[in-house]
Write a protein that binds this ligand. Sequence first.
Ligand code: FE2
Length: 475
Amino acid sequence: MKHFIAAFLLFFSLTINAQNNPPAEFLVKPYLQLGKKPSPQSLQLLWHVQISNDVWLTEYKNSDEIEWKRSEAPTFKTVAVGTIVPFNVYSTCFTSLKPGTMFQYRVSKNGKIVFNSEAKSLKSPEQSYRIAISGDMGAGNNTARKIAYEIYKTKPDMVTIAGDIVYNRGLISEYTTKYWPVYNKDDADTLGAPMLRSIPFVAAVGNHDALTRDLNAYPDALAYYHFWDQPLNGPESKEGGAYVPTLLGSDANKKAFYDGAGDKYPRMTNFSFDYGNAHWTVIDSNPYVDWNDSTLRDWLIKDLATAAKSTWRFVLYHHPCFNSSRAHYEQQQMRLIAPIMEKGKVDIVFAGHVHNYQRTYPLTFKPDNLGNQLVAGANNIKTGKMVNGRWALDKKFEGKRHTKPNGVIYITTGAGGQGLYNPEQQKDTDSWQRFTTKFVSTVHSFTIMDVNGNTLILRQVDINGKGVDTIKITK
Ligand SMILES: [Fe+2]
């Protein structure tokens, strides 16, 4: 009987969903993005379809409005790389949203509504908000899917991914199987949830998103540039320069990639935006970046200085530099910019890459070398730069009675789906570096951050929805 009721309910929900969103031959159903110039009034909507002469139209209305209004006329870019069947990526902008509220939108093809959804606009500075943060999510396995469901259940206003968006090489074909079906699933269950259509996702690139650069071997690599639409307000960069390696491959394959990526390549890896009362700076932490290059450093210094008006400052990148795990320990290159984080009064740095959860004491750090040399880690592959130095730890802060940190808190939240690293270290506190105060490596987890004015509550939530760490920070 139980099985019969479950089957009936599943059929009923699928029927309802099919009625709401009849098939429209979407290759990828609509998903929200920050767009080039994020604001509480605007959001970008993208979707993928096969190449055709169909006419697409999008409309939306805020919760207190009765009339639908049209968004900007959708534009598209064709992606035609390798053996992937060419397709169009459509894009439009909702420009008159009411900040921080639910709104409705619908997408029409040739005059017929083929998709509709509710969504949430970006918050304005006076509004409170909840953000989910996790790295290393895009494995597409059952663990990543369950984490997606648990994130969905917490009802975040936005999700930020600390890199390794999609395994194993950030390919278009990998997004097809491991990303869209999980985070833009039609209904919510332990296999995924309809998040991409209803809240914005923001991402930093990880090694798995950015290091596959041979377009002869993998013509559909660097899908990040085809699919994401994030601000281009970072420094101008050019291939083969201080922070973008050269692409490999035939001229034809490179041209096909450039045509699809447009002006997003290579600039879209370092950028910033405001959300609520916070400023977010998103950085490419891959070891090919030369942090001794003044252009990128100066941009970062200036970006954080202009963010002084924001109550909170968060930085998102992939490779954690204050990491106690034996895994990836040598990848310390982001220590080089710790003084910039401190001077820019960054509150929290979020990273992934290491597949567990770690929290440092609030700290300041003085590097004593330039970290120029790539060194070998596991498997004898040169993947990181060691940066020694001196740190000062604020051990008084415990996020309960003492809530005003003296220094930057570094969070590693890379337990979003891939196999956990170093579970044996969780209880072995002697194996932790001095800067680590919390280390959870026996269970998958993600971060939830609630910000209300001058108060911030950070919680690490495990795959079963149970809290494994909580701190409060106040201004
Ligand atoms: Fe990684």
